[in-house]
Design a protein around this ligand. Structure first.
Ligand code: SF4
Ligand code: SF4
Length: 343
């Protein structure tokens, strides 16, 4: 039996053990928001959140990330000096990450490490040093539809350990070998606890009422989906604010800029959004996605058609529901996908 049990009032021992090797972060309440922050003891943890406002993708793919620093002193005989930024010294453990957000990391692994010979080194370096301890959802939020997109409230993709909240205790299932050392000295779970965890999982799955249907999107050609007549109506209320893309745990577009001060400078990449007209503006002035419809369509085509095509079927959506909850004009991703799925 692999599953272990730890009582919540004894959790400090596990956190101390983790904290010796990792910087510990977890979701905590901050007024009406739930945010990721450093935690040090079990008393800091929140057991009643549905999901964090911002996803944890920023830990591995920061909103602004320094790629290199440079010095270009015209008086120097050395020419331009380029240096890699120092890597973060302390690995991180993300405690109580939701399964959908861990699954998003697994999706981004496919994106950033698509070519194993030439991975995105910034992502890979941090990803290899980050431990993911997931907290299964017992009460999924109303906007969630994870079960429609190859995910679920107890899904383990991307995780090192899955934890299930059984009230006064947690059931821990190791998913990756590197997690086992942290829980090896905990008590084995009883059959009763494993049965309870399974019942809670069934209950959580039953609570997810939102669904998206994608059979026709998946079966149809890219051109057919691209030319669907419903885009015309669906895009109208979108104001291209980009909120959906910044909250999304799988959106990963970025823009690269050089910031200079005197002879010093740094090259950074910043999150970008396909909702912005500038995103695709060419130097010539031509813009292949100059209209709002084209930009609105792109977000959905990318997630539900182009990414599965390029990444062996992987969808660019884990069903977290954030884009639906945060959209200022109430555009619901489930509604859009279901409409496009209708022939
Ligand atoms: S959040 Fe809503 S309005 Fe803003 S870009 Fe996304 S779909 Fe459009
Ligand atoms: S598209 Fe929306 S529901 Fe899907 S992962 Fe992104 S934010 Fe979550």
């Amino acid at each position: 039996m692999l599953e272990k049990i730890v009582f919540k009032d004894k959790l400090d021992g596990l956190l101390d053990k983790l904290g010796r090797e990792y910087g510990l972060f977890a979701p905590v309440k901050d007024g009406i928001h739930t945010v990721w922050t450093a935690v040090f003891k079990a008393g800091d943890l929140d057991w009643n959140f549905t999901n964090t406002d911002l996803s944890p993708k920023g830990f591995l793919f920061p909103q602004t990330e320094c790629m290199l620093v440079f010095e270009n002193d015209p008086g120097s005989t050395e020419g331009m000096i380029l240096k890699q930024p120092e890597p973060e010294d302390r690995p991180k453990a993300l405690f109580n990450i939701r399964p959908c957000d861990a699954k998003a990391f697994a999706v981004l692994d496919l994106v950033f490490e698509q070519d194993p010979e030439k991975p995105d080194v910034y992502w890979k370096e941090k990803r290899g040093k980050t431990l993911l301890l997931g907290l299964a959802c017992n009460n999924p939020c109303p906007a969630c539809f994870c079960t429609s997109v190859n995910c679920g409230p107890h899904h383990t993709d991307g995780l090192d350990i899955l934890m299930q909240d059984l009230g006064d205790r947690l059931l821990l299932t190791p998913v990756s070998p590197r997690a086992e050392g942290f829980i090896s000295d905990l008590d084995h779970a009883s059959e009763k606890d494993i049965k309870l965890a399974s019942e809670l999982e069934q209950k959580a799955v039953g609570m997810i009422k939102g669904r998206v249907n994608m059979e026709n999107i998946q079966a149809g050609s890219i051109i057919d989906v691209f030319e669907h007549s419903a885009w015309e109506r669906l895009h109208e209320s979108c104001i291209n604010c980009g909120t959906c893309t910044f909250y999304c745990p799988t959106c990963h577009c970025f823009d690269i800029q050089d910031e200079t001060s005197g002879v010093y400078g740094r090259r950074v990449r910043n999150w970008d959004t396909c909702m912005s007209p500038l995103f695709t503006l060419h130097a010539s002035g031509h813009n292949p996605r100059g209209g709002k419809l084209a930009r609105f369509r792109q977000r959905f085509m990318h997630k539900f058609k182009y990414m599965p095509f390029r990444l062996k079927g992987a969808l660019g959506c884990v069903g977290c529901g954030r884009c639906t909850q945060k959209c200022p004009v109430n555009i619901d991703v489930r509604h859009v996908v279901n409409k496009i799925n209708n022939n």
